[in-house]
Design a protein around this ligand. Structure first.
Ligand code: AMP
Length: 225
């Protein structure tokens, strides 16, 4: 079996993070840990956390760091993630979250941080046509819908447009990405963990680039160590 991996995937909303993270989690046989999916699950089940999170999520605002890191901390310290690793999608989104993540993972650091780069006009176009399954979070789009009548091919759930994929909320999330998340690129560059991957082109081509980058990094580590 391929060795596991401990990976963070960064990128603007609509850069294809969700799609790539699902593919990478199958490739490396590790859980896909998506904070957005976890929170949408809480909202759907009307838990206290979900009720608290909903309006901020609908407006495209970030939730408080401590609330997010408590949720992520529980997940990345479970048996499966400790043993084989994880693909972390949607977190960290702030420097404070990144520092807390380092503390939670100690003594096993991240293998790599992938920054999926897609020009803003292209992500705006992708977001406008994005559709997701309300049950399992699978991604579709208007030009590439499920096989039957907006019913998820994976789980049979309803496929809809996300409530935070409105023009205002999208703009707010992209602004926040620049302000809060882009500094993470600097932090992870300093830690020598960051690899920028061209996120344009077919999903297969992007996955090949990411897997290639991880393999390269592992070869380098083996040579050095
Ligand atoms: P996403 O599906 O990753 O775009 O996340 C959807 C929404 O969940 C975001 O717009 C935020 O409101 C919230 N959220 C997800 N992850 C985080 C995080 N790491 N920090 C703060 N808020 C988050």
């Amino acid at each position: 079996m391929v060795p596991g991996v401990r990976l963070v995937v960064l990128g603007k909303q609509g850069a294809g993070k969700g799609t790539q993270c699902v593919r990478l989690s199958h490739h490396y046989v590790v859980p896909h840990v998506s904070t957005g999916d976890m929170l949408r699950g809480e909202v759907k089940s009307r838990t206290p956390l979900g009720l608290r999170a909903r309006s901020a999520m609908d407006r495209g605002e970030l939730l408080p760091d401590d609330l997010i890191m408590e949720m992520v901390g529980r997940r990345v310290t479970e048996g499966d993630t400790r043993a084989r690793g994880f693909i972390l999608d949607g977190c960290p989104r702030t420097i404070a979250q990144a520092k807390e993540l380092e503390r939670l993972l100690d003594p096993d650091p991240l293998d790599l941080v992938i920054d999926l780069e897609v020009p803003t006009p292209q992500v705006l176009k992708r977001l406008a046509s994005r559709r997701v399954c309300v049950d399992c979070g699978s991604n579709y789009s208007v030009p590439s819908p499920p096989l039957t009548n907006w019913t998820c091919d994976v789980c049979g759930g309803e496929v809809i447009q996300r409530e935070d994929d409105t023009e205002e909320a999208i703009q707010r999330r992209l602004d926040l990405y620049e302000a809060e998340t882009a500094p993470l690129v600097k932090l992870y560059t300093e830690r020598d963990l960051l690899v920028t991957i061209n996120g344009t082109g077919s999903p297969d081509a992007v996955t090949r680039r990411v897997v290639g980058a991880i393999d390269n990094k592992r070869q380098m580590m083996r040579r050095e160590g």
